[in-house]
Ligand binder design. Structure first.
Ligand code: SAH
Ligand code: SF4
Length: 365
């Protein structure tokens, strides 16, 4: 079995070279070729002796998921569907904005947590992605987006807001994050890499210790009763404990606030009373709010709050001095909005609502 070099962060690559009797600086050279210059072949690595290149090609490979879908919507949002094995595909979405470009990546194929309003959750869990499969999303997007001479980098921010619960796959996620931060790979600042979690407390503590980056927490409800119903992990890690974990995280975090994500579900969690109840949460944790208009999918049973309701909700928080942003709904036409990832692929092939299983990918004939 060849080693997939996309799986190795700097320390793992140094160890790997050391095992074969090579100098550790080879790791730096190879990291730069792979992640900065997007090399997929060892032959391209012109400052490495031919004999070593040949040996590398025998023992190692640079293997990324296969791109099986590539679509761009009118607002410039671009979505790739990446096949990670014969039975699974995940999504990766690029969102260009003035002055920055955000790549939204996946951490698992499916998700175990089953939040009521999430189409990934409805598809069930299939498997964790490997470090290579996680970082390859950035590698692929960088290669395809290119970089015009003198132009700014197309990807300035990465968010773990695609499919899956990142805190349940930290063994694979942490090396991938380290590559995102490494100056010889992607060189992103910790503040520009955001992990989003539904509130898996042990994962938050581990991430704070091993690789603190910006943190977003999917709050979605101001009290345990409602949160138990729509974010089931709350039954295991209730709000009081979650807020304490947020404050522990902030001791190590690169930013001095947590972003609370809040999906706006018509008639469920969007009343002025809900907004006022959030103020007592905000009094306990330094935070900003990101309101996400619900993105509908077939048989979800939910509807999006009206723009007027969302505006009023935001206003209550803002009047209390909180920073609130409302996420623009983007990439609708290509199902690239949050919660829609890979959903349609599975809808087309299995119409039974709520059935669980893999996310099927059609094999080329
Ligand atoms: N599992 C992690 C990260 C992936 S989901 C988490 O739950 O935080 C990224 C964000 O999209 C989360 O805040 C999630 O609650 C939200 N989301 C899921 N389904 C959605 C939908 N249908 N409409 C809008 N937001 C949704
Ligand atoms: Fe999983 Fe996040 Fe979807 Fe919940 S919202 S089911 S944690 S991906």
């Amino acid at each position: 079995m060849k080693v997939n070099l996309l799986d190795l962060d700097r320390s793992a690559m140094e160890r790997w070279f050391a095992q074969t009797g090579e100098k550790p600086f080879r790791a730096r050279q190879v990291l730069r070729w792979i992640h900065q210059r997007g090399a997929a072949e060892f032959d391209a690595m012109s400052d490495i002796a031919r004999s070593l290149r040949t040996r590398l090609a025998e023992d190692a490979e640079i293997r990324a998921p296969e791109i099986v879908g590539d679509s761009t919507s009118a607002d410039g949002t671009r979505k790739w569907l990446l096949k990670v094995d014969g039975a699974n595909a995940v999504d990766c979405v690029y969102i260009p904005e003035t002055g920055r470009g955000t790549l939204c990546i996946s951490s698992q194929a499916g998700c175990t947590l089953d939040c009521a309003f999430c189409s990934t959750g409805k598809q069930g869990f299939n498997r964790n992605l490997t470090s290579a499969e996680i970082v390859a999303q950035l590698w692929i997007a960088n290669r395809l987006l290119g970089r015009k001479q003198g132009a700014a980098r197309p990807i300035t921010n990465v968010v773990l807001m695609g499919m899956g619960e990142p805190m349940l796959n930290l063994d694979a996620l942490i090396p991938a994050l380290k590559l995102m931060l490494d100056d010889d790979a992607y060189g992103l600042s910790r503040r520009r890499v955001t992990v989003s979690t539904s509130g898996v407390i042990p994962g938050m503590d581990r991430l704070a210790g091993e690789c603190p980056v910006a943190l977003a927490v999917s709050l979605h409800a101001p009290d345990d009763e409602l949160r138990d119903a729509i974010v089931p992990i709350n039954r295991k890690y209730p709000l009081r404990d979650l807020l304490r974990a947020c404050n522990r995280y902030l001791e190590r975090a690169p930013r001095d606030f947590i972003t609370f994500e809040y999906v706006m579900l018509d008639g469920v969690n969007d009343s002025p009373a809900h907004a006022r109840a959030l103020l007592s949460i905000a009094a306990k944790v330094r935070c900003k709010f990101n309101l996400i208009p619900f993105n509908p999918f077939p048989n979800s049973g939910f509807e999006r709050s009206s723009p007027e309701t969302i505006r009023r909700f935001a206003e209550i928080l803002q009047r209390a001095g909180l920073t609130v942003t409302t996420r623009k709904t983007r990439g609708d036409a290509i199902d690239a909005a949050c919660g829609q990832l890979a959903g349609r692929v599975s809808d087309r092939t299995r119409r039974t609502a709520g059935r669980r299983g893999t996310i099927p990918v059609r094999e080329a004939a």
